[in-house]
Write a protein that binds this ligand. Structure first.
Ligand SMILES: [Zn+2]
Length: 56
């Protein structure tokens, strides 16, 4: 299960450990996907990973 973490403000939610902006200090943590403030890098990584599992 993915874990969504957020560093000190004004950070956004990260869930990919390979994200360059993944916070070193985790301030917030949740297990369900936040509806806003998602990290663009994490979204990109996720999109690539999904493409690998199910190529279009
Ligand atoms: Zn991220």
């Amino acid at each position: 299960m993915d874990e969504y973490v957020k560093g000190p403000e004004p950070d956004r939610w990260h869930w990919s450990k390979s994200c360059k902006q993944y916070p070193r200090v985790v301030i917030y943590k949740r297990s369900n996907r936040p509806s806003s403030d998602l990290c663009d890098d994490c979204l990109d990584i996720e999109r690539v990973a999904l493409r690998k599992i199910a190529p279009v």
